[in-house]
Write a protein that binds this ligand. Structure first.
Ligand code: NAD
Ligand code: ZN
Length: 354
């Protein structure tokens, strides 16, 4: 449901054009007592000025966290809670998250728990957070190297997507978000997958971003708390999360989320063929060709496979002792809850590493 470039989600709107003016309206019209803006060290430089312009006349307190996944922790969350207390936040305060997925996840979590929940809105400033993290109501932080292990389902009051932010985003970060856009095509829309293959993606167009948000939103609305269909969005993430966590702990220049998910999508596409989920050999080859073009091969060493499998077993997506994947029936169609054995997962990593 896109009307006037607005997508309706679960009780809130995602604004896609002229969205910072929509933010200004929101701030003006909402009955908020105080405003807080959460940024990280880079978005306070690159993105805050654009937001500030629209804030004329309103005062706010700024809360800044360190940038990067390694800071999506309880310590920074406590820092946010503490600042909210020190600045006198009450139940009618609004937290405005201006940043990538780390800021929107951590800010959403901090807001959803502060005084049993205060309102927050997301102003996502990376491709990844625009097409994925800022929509769908998942908030959270990492702990003990397990991503998003602590969190809540809490919907933002609105999301404001502004393509202008992407101008300052490093190309590696653009590519990170592109992996989720490609994933949306692979699980839900073959035409969108084709469109992405044939577009200039150096800065994805608002239209391509919108299509991605629409796909994610449609899936999330059908299953807000991930009982079934929402698991489709986990395609590439069973293997990908393990690779990402491992890299975060072991590599000085660690993989981005999207780089890890691209690896996971290759492994899980291979599993889709191997386990007869429906994807054809040609489909697999097409996926591998496109993904390796965008994400030149990162080496996954065979000596790490054991550790990766252990990480997959710890994945919060599992139920019981089995490792589950979302597999592809075809490009544009998925099958959830496919149990994969450790051997199969190991073989898929071998296929990728070969
Ligand atoms: P990020 O928030 O770490 O941002 C990446 C980097 O880009 C950071 O250094 C940031 O400071 C910088 N940056 C952000 N916007 C910028 C801009 N406009 N110009 C210049 N620099 C900018 O990472 P991300 O990739 O946006 O998000 C990853 C996080 O999102 C992960 O923690 C992941 O778990 C989470 N996530 C959540 C969901 C969800 O449903 N809640 C979905 C997917 C991912
Ligand atoms: Zn992801």
């Amino acid at each position: 449901t896109v009307q006037n470039n607005t997508i309706e989600s679960i009780g809130y709107n995602v604004y896609l054009n002229d969205s910072l003016n929509e933010l200004a309206n929101f701030v003006e019209q909402g009955n908020y007592s105080k405003f807080f803006i959460l940024t990280d060290e880079y978005t306070s430089v690159h993105c805050l000025p654009l937001v500030e312009e629209k804030f004329a006349g309103k005062t706010y307190d700024l809360i800044e966290i360190n940038a990067g996944e390694e800071n999506k922790t309880i310590d920074f969350c406590i820092g946010v809670w503490k600042m909210l207390i020190d600045f006198g936040a009450d139940r009618h305060s609004l937290l405005i998250n201006v940043g990538g997925g780390v800021v929107t996840d951590l800010g959403g979590f901090a807001a959803s728990t502060f005084k049993r929940g205060i309102d927050f809105v997301n102003v996502p400033t990376t491709v990844l957070s625009q097409v994925d993290a800022s929509v769908g109501g998942k908030t959270g932080i990492d702990m003990d190297s397990i991503k998003n292990i602590i969190g809540t389902f809490t919907q933002p009051k609105a999301v404001f997507i502004e393509q202008a932010f992407l101008k300052t985003l490093p190309s590696r970060e653009i590519l990170s978000g592109l992996a989720e856009m490609l994933k949306h095509g692979l699980i839900a829309d073959a035409d969108y997958w084709e469109a992405l293959k044939n577009s200039d993606l150096s800065i994805p167009s608002t239209d391509l971003i919108a299509q991605s948000v629409i796909i994610k939103n449609r899936i999330v609305i059908s299953d807000p708390t991930e009982k079934s269909h929402r698991k489709a969005l986990n395609f590439g993430h069973t293997v990908g999360h393990a690779v990402e966590t491992y890299s975060l702990d072991n590599d000085a220049d660690h993989l981005t989320h999207g780089e890890a998910i691209a690896i996971g999508m290759i492994c899980e596409a291979w599993l889709s063929v191997k386990k007869n989920a429906g994807l054809t050999e040609d489909g697999l080859n097409d996926i591998v060709k496109v993904l390796t073009r965008f994400y030149p091969k990162y080496k996954v060493k065979e000596s790490t496979f054991g550790a990766l499998i252990e990480l997959m077993k710890k994945d919060k997506k599992n139920e019981g002792n089995t490792i589950n994947c979302t597999l592809l029936k075809a490009v544009g169609a998925y099958q959830i809850n496919q149990i994969c054995t450790e051997d199969e997962l190991c073989e898929s990593l071998k296929y990728y590493a070969a």
